[in-house]
Design a protein around this ligand. Structure first.
Ligand SMILES: [Zn+2]
Length: 462
């Protein structure tokens, strides 16, 4: 028994020899041992059945209350003199500094001293003799180890607003973080459901959690130092001033909602704030997808791009998805996760290019220059052969099957309330982000039939 306490003392650098404390007559079957580490006292309540059964372990870090370590698995298959050390391993981390309370993933290193961050990440307490920030920084630096020359460490200072944490938004946020982007703001109102697991970044343990919390947990496991802000809300329910303020503090907006009005609101707000936006989505049946790029004052806006799509649909046939008139959101589409990732992956590469453009020598910094200079800001992807207008373009070109991409030129419309002539632009605060219900308007109008007024209100939402 005493030898085991000596082993603990040696492993974790005790300053004095372990002690067996005087018997407590109220607990005759318990032997109490104490190990003093720098900054940390460990009390072991050892039952007479020890080491067949585990002890209770109490820890007191300097300046903190006493806590019990949940000793986890007590491995009876190990030799008796190894069991205590093994049980302590996940909760005690040896180091050169005085021990203090930090947090980290089960079986991993301590990565933060911030209990709020640990709670979001789902990390457990670890008493460590190291600085958790050093381990976290090592992990963050590792994110750039395989992208030197293509990306740049300056991505650490970039902040991206990701709206929509479903299949597209989840993959987008994860790849941005894996690429080294240092700050993510997430907005999504939904919870993870079992149906989401087939094509998102979530797993069974996430079901019932809000998507922003589940995604935050995943992102912190990739970059423990990630600057995170979470809004478990519908972006259309945010105060427009709040949204504009959020956008002003980010470098790029990724619009990945399944709600066209939300996409338009984001397109308008980001353009007004002078921030680029990338909007990705899939077409009906996931036979194709699109990415719309918008760089304020250099390209047309999201609104002009979708207007161009509508015009194309009148001549070449419809590809857009249908809208659920009850919720205003797009009807859930049967789609393969890989097809969603195909579009999400392309949008991430564009996002990284925009984040680096003009600020870095990295190879990806100029990736979008020719498209932006040409005003070709609308990329259409095919997931199937002979998609939409593609046969008209690629007719007689050999070797053209699925996974083609066409960049379409988008004109800025002079009368566009977002990117048109400055005098005619509309302030996003003047736009109703969510159309009022017809009953509410009728009741506000005194119950009269006022179709004209309803149409006017709807128009303000674009
Ligand atoms: Zn426009």
């Amino acid at each position: 028994m005493y030898r085991d306490l000596e082993r603990v003392s040696a492993r974790y650098g005790a300053v004095t020899a372990p002690e067996i404390l005087p018997h407590n007559p109220l607990c005759p079957d318990i032997v109490t041992g104490r190990v003093n580490l720098p900054g940390l006292e460990l009390i072991f309540l050892l039952p007479l059945t020890y080491p067949a059964t585990p002890p209770v372990v109490l820890v007191t870090a300097d300046g903190h209350d006493t806590e019990q370590i949940a000793t986890g698995v007590w491995r009876l298959d190990l030799p008796p003199d190894e069991r205590l050390l093994h049980a302590l391993e996940p909760f005690l981390e040896a180091g050169a500094e005085p021990y203090h309370k930090a947090f980290g993933p089960m079986g991993g290193p301590a990565l933060t001293s911030d209990s709020n961050r640990a709670e979001i990440a789902g990390w457990q307490p670890i008493y460590t003799g190291r600085d958790p920030a050093v381990a976290a920084e090592t992990i963050r630096q590792g994110l750039f180890a395989r992208s030197t020359g293509i990306l740049a460490n300056s991505l650490t200072d970039r902040r991206v607003l990701v709206v929509g944490a479903g299949s597209g938004g989840g993959h987008t946020a994860e790849q941005l973080v894996r690429s080294g982007v240092g700050g993510i703001v997430l907005i999504d109102p939904d919870e993870v459901e079992p149906a989401n697991l087939s094509r998102t970044v979530y797993n069974a343990a996430d079901t019932g959690r809000t998507k922003v919390r589940a995604l935050a947990r995943r992102l912190l496991s990739i970059n423990p130092l990630l600057d995170l802000t979470l809004y478990p809300a519908d972006v259309r329910d945010l105060n427009t001033n709040t949204l504009l303020e959020l956008i002003s503090r980010t470098d790029l907006v990724m619009a990945a909602t399944d709600d066209l009005q939300a996409q338009r609101l984001l397109g308008h707000a980001s353009y007004a704030q002078g921030k680029p936006m990338i909007a990705g989505g899939l077409y009906a049946g996931a036979r194709g997808g699109e990415i719309i790029l918008s760089v304020p004052e250099r390209t047309a806006c999201y609104h002009c791009a979708t207007r161009a799509r509508s015009q194309a649909e009148t001549t070449v046939g419809e590809v857009s998805r249908t809208t659920d008139y009850g919720t205003g959101r797009l009807v859930g589409e049967m789609a393969l996760g890989v097809d969603i990732q195909h579009v999400a992956g392309a949008s991430v590469k564009m996002a990284l290019a925009l984040l680096l453009a003009g600020r870095s020598e990295a190879r990806l910094a100029t990736f979008l220059e020719s498209q932006i200079a040409a005003g070709a800001t609308y990329a259409v992807f095919s997931m199937s052969e002979d998609f939409w207008f593609f046969p008209r373009i690629f007719d007689h070109v050999p070797g053209q099957y699925a996974w083609q991409c066409v960049w379409m030129h988008v004109e800025r419309q002079a009368d566009c309330p977002v990117c048109g002539d400055p005098a005619g632009r509309m302030d996003p605060r003047q736009v109703v982000p969510r159309p009022p219900k017809i009953e509410d308007i009728l009741s506000a109008m005194g119950g009269s039939d006022s179709t004209a007024s309803v149409n006017q209100s709807m128009e303000a939402t674009f």
